[in-house]
Design a protein around this ligand. Structure first.
Ligand SMILES: *[C@@H]1O[C@H](CO)[C@@H](O)[C@H](O)[C@H]1NC(C)=O
Ligand SMILES: *[C@@H]1O[C@H](CO)[C@@H](O)[C@H](O)[C@H]1NC(C)=O
Length: 305
């Protein structure tokens, strides 16, 4: 009798566990590619995404349907020939920001209902690699400048609130704000010897230990850490580009687990975005020409998790 009860208990536990594990695993929702590299992407309301593609001078709006299709709804002519290297959504004002560092060092604020430019400003006078992020709690805009190793924080109207000079040897790639007023910053390029994610305080100093070190593919190493997304529980999703995986780092960036890997169709992921509810993750990657290293085509893959 006791053995029977134990057996039933084990089976029930196993069933519950497998349901739980299945629910945890992100599900592929849609894949989208039309041959040209994808630069910025912003996840707007109601399954809408805005995509900036290479040198098209256009922003395209897509609906991501449950049936796995991306449907193009609208395309906005920016009346410029350049592309927007980063985008982010401000959900309170239903606006999105675009950043262009290659041609103009400009940030443009767009209304997202019928997209039009609300205002724009220059974030630097130097040409510098830069990236964008938005902090949802206060809708601040975070601009990370690679060459000058600075992070600039703007309010949603474009007013500069703070400049953080990062005390680091290498160029940062992206900063996002964590809780406790700390920032997670990625650094590490093909040619550099440390590939890290570190936490910085508002004075620009590293707090605690960084995750990563020399480039590699073990679970505590990175190989070209790119963009991040903060989840509601404080953990961080990170595109570990050259390892073709998305890692989930714990709150203090001291350990990681593989969230999505090559077997899920991940190949050299670069940009990551989540929708407002944090239920859909968008992974953008570009295929590089082996000789010139220029991006030749791009994809967006959406997962429900
Ligand atoms: C914006 O998103 C945040 C985070 O998901 C949410 O807490 C907040 O209520 C949203 N604000 C609006 C106006 O939708
Ligand atoms: C902004 O940058 C552009 C391109 O670098 C430059 O032509 C323009 O004068 C700048 N505008 C301001 C207000 O500094």
């Amino acid at each position: 009798m006791a053995i029977m009860a134990k057996l039933i208990f084990s089976i029930v536990t196993l069933v519950i566990l497998s349901v739980f594990v299945t629910a945890e695993k992100p599900q592929l929702l849609a894949t989208f590619s039309n041959g040209t590299p994808v630069y910025g992407l912003a996840v707007l309301k109601n399954n809408l995404i805005a995509v900036s593609r290479e040198n098209s001078g256009k922003l395209q709006l897509y609906n991501v349907a449950i049936n796995g299709l991306f449907t193009e709804l609208n395309s906005v002519d920016m009346a410029r020939s350049d592309s927007y290297y980063d985008m982010a959504y401000l959900n309170k004002s239903e606006q999105f920001v675009l950043l262009n560092w290659l041609d103009s060092n400009k940030i443009i604020l767009m209304q997202s209902r019928f997209p039009y430019e609300v205002k724009s400003w220059n974030f630097t006078s130097d040409t510098t690699m830069a990236s964008l992020a938005v902090t949802e709690s206060d809708q601040t805009i975070i601009v990370t400048e690679g060459m000058s190793k600075q992070v600039k924080i703007y309010d949603p109207s474009g007013k500069l609130l703070r400049t953080i000079k990062l005390q680091m040897a290498r160029s940062p790639r992206q900063a996002i704000r964590l809780s406790n007023n700390l920032y997670a910053v990625t650094a590490g390029y093909e040619t550099t010897e440390s590939h890290l994610v570190c936490r910085f305080n508002v004075k620009g100093y590293v707090v605690g230990r960084c995750f990563g070190g020399r480039p590699g593919n073990s679970i505590n190493q990175l190989n070209v850490p790119a963009r991040m997304v903060l989840l509601n529980d404080g953990s961080v999703l990170l595109a570990d580009m050259k390892n073709s995986r998305i890692l989930k780092l714990n709150k203090d960036l001291s350990s990681a687990e593989i969230f999505l890997g090559a077997s899920d169709g991940i190949h050299q992921p670069y940009r990551l975005y989540a929708d407002e509810s944090k239920r859909i993750l968008y992974v953008a990657d570009n295929t590089l020409d082996p000789v010139t290293s220029y991006a030749v085509s791009g994809r967006v893959i959406a997962f429900r998790y």
